[in-house]
Design a protein around this ligand. Structure first.
Ligand code: FAD
Length: 486
């Protein structure tokens, strides 16, 4: 400590998946210290969770918004690209920081990096403080009665409901003292080339999203004003805007679950939103927490099956099928609508994520890891915990997963959740003239009806790449094999 004592205090706030200034505990702590504050974001491009294409698009806009908001607080933002284990200590030296703060992350590699840095800074006499910025409760705080962690969601949610969040959301941060020292070098955001150019596949994203903290707050308000009271009934309908669309904002930490919880409960208490819809909504927010608990306790969630017997599953690698799925050309309308919504907007409705996931893993027998990877690259809300946990849920290999033998029939799912075919018509316009009765399964429609609607299977729209009945049985047989092997 002693050699630092003459150095005037200066705090670094290291931003990660917490790109907001409100309810940001490490940032509030830095400002409250009374010392000048400088912020840093490091673009980490190595490892399983290096940002995919859609995340890079979002990150570009989110960092731009954060930069503006930080300017108002008198805090410069430094951008660096590479390995934080090397870059963060360099920055600490460059600016002679006396203290560094951040909000924790929960994936194995992130934890390892952060722990290493914490130890080395502490040895060097640089103060380190870390906070919980992104989970209502820390993963080690929620224990079962016998002292383990929850592997089943329902009791986990019950425990959360009982105790509530670990804190209230924080009040707005003040301005930091003026930063008058020389500014360290920073990368230019545009040099990171986070936005796609040729081709610009993100053309459609602008119509759907406003990345950044303000965009997040607007989303929550709109959802609470219009949809939360009917959330119970409508959350499964991809043809209706019945969910919040907050997932990318949450994934990048532009809004915190504390802010969501407090705002939602506040509105219920004022009597202007229905309690049932609100509680179901919060229970979904807690699925995210459950996923983070799983990731924290099982670091390989994104790569290895949680249930060990699935390591022996007889998957079939089929690049042509995988590509048809990715491009929304499977010949199953609801699957194609979902995959095209994902490509065009960077997001897909939850019900449809389950349908396309089930089709990939069960009807096509393609390993769920392929789906996880594609979603990771194309989702604006790609999240290390939720994506991995949800794919394992779909595959049946996860904690509290859908049993493998319960195989979705995509046609009956489509009839039930997109009854008028409006969602299919939006994303698979070549089928839009088919009557409701046939739009879910054109491969079963009479030739005359197809002709009337201008549909020619194999020409204007693909024949199904898999027979739903045969592949269902094949999946059940494959599952039997691993069950016997346990
Ligand atoms: P809302 O219904 O408004 O829910 C509110 C919030 O709760 C969401 O923003 C999200 O943060 C959380 N949430 C809701 N459902 C889930 C869930 N099942 N698991 C975890 N959190 C949930 N969600 C991601 O955020 N990132 C992912 O990478 C991701 N990958 C998925 C992959 C598959 C195969 C499946 C089936 C689901 C995946 N989900 C993922 C979960 C879910 O589909 C999305 O969170 C949801 O569709 C986001 O839309 P929303 O914000 O309108 O949700």
């Amino acid at each position: 400590m002693s050699h630092m004592s003459d150095t005037p205090p200066l705090v670094i706030n290291w931003f990660r998946r917490d790109l907001r200034i409100q309810d940001n505990p490490s940032l509030s702590h830095a400002i409250a210290s009374g010392a000048p504050v400088i912020a840093v974001y490091v673009l980490e491009e190595i490892g399983h969770f290096a940002p995919g294409g859609a995340s890079r698009w979002w990150l570009h806009h989110s960092l731009k918004a954060l930069h503006k908001d930080l300017e108002k607080l008198g805090i410069p933002l430094v951008l660096r690209r590479g390995d934080p284990a090397k870059l963060i200590p360099e920055l600490v030296k460059e600016v002679s920081a006396t203290s560094i703060v951040w909000n924790r992350r929960y994936d194995g590699k992130g934890i390892e990096t952060d722990k290493g840095l914490k130890l080395s800074f502490t040895d060097d006499g640089v103060e380190v403080k870390t906070f919980n910025g992104s989970l209502l409760r820390e993963p080690w705080e929620t224990e079962t009665k016998s002292g383990g962690f929850y592997k089943v969601y329902t009791p986990f949610w019950r425990a959360y409901k009982e105790v509530g969040p670990s804190r209230n959301s924080l009040s707005k941060p003040r301005k930091a003292p003026i930063y008058s020292r020389p500014l360290p070098p920073t990368d230019a955001l545009k040099d990171w080339a986070l936005l796609p150019t040729k081709p610009n596949w993100a053309k459609g994203f602008d119509d759907h999203w406003t990345p950044g903290e303000k965009g997040a707050a607007m989303r929550l308000d709109k959802f609470l004003d219009r949809a939360v009271s009917n959330y119970d009934d409508r959350r499964n309908r991809p043809d209706i805007q019945g969910t919040s669309g907050l997932s990318p904002h949450l994934a990048f930490g532009e809004i915190s679950p504390f802010q969501i919880w407090n705002t939602v409960r506040g509105r219920v208490e004022q009597g202007n939103v229905g309690n049932d819809g609100a509680m179901t909504f919060l229970s979904e927010v807690v699925w995210r927490e459950f996923s983070y608990n799983l990731l924290y306790h099982f670091g390989h969630l994104a790569t290895d099956p949680w249930k060990k017997e699935f390591a022996n599953f007889p998957w079939e690698e089929d690049p042509a099928h995988l590509e048809a799925w990715q491009k929304g050309q499977t010949g199953i309308p609801i699957v194609d609508a979902g995959m095209r919504q994902l490509w065009q907007t960077g997001w897909m409705h939850n019900r449809v994520r389950m349908i396309v996931g089930s089709f990939l893993v069960k009807n096509l027998l393609i390993p769920w890891q392929e789906g996880e990877r594609w979603f990771w690259d194309t989702l604006v809300d790609a999240d290390p915990a939720s994506n991995a946990a949800s794919w394992q849920w779909v595959a049946g290999s996860g904690a509290d997963a859908a049993p493998y033998f319960r195989i979705f029939n995509p046609v009956s799912q489509s009839q039930k959740f997109d009854p008028d075919g409006a969602y299919i018509r939006q994303y698979v316009p070549e089928l839009s003239r088919l009557p409701n009765k046939h739009i879910h399964a054109p491969f079963e429609a009479p030739t005359a009806i197809l002709k009337d609607a201008g549909v020619e299977l194999g020409a204007t729209y693909p024949e199904p790449i898999a027979d739903l009945k045969i592949t269902r049985q094949r999946a059940l047989d494959a599952y039997d094999e691993i069950r016997k092997s346990v």
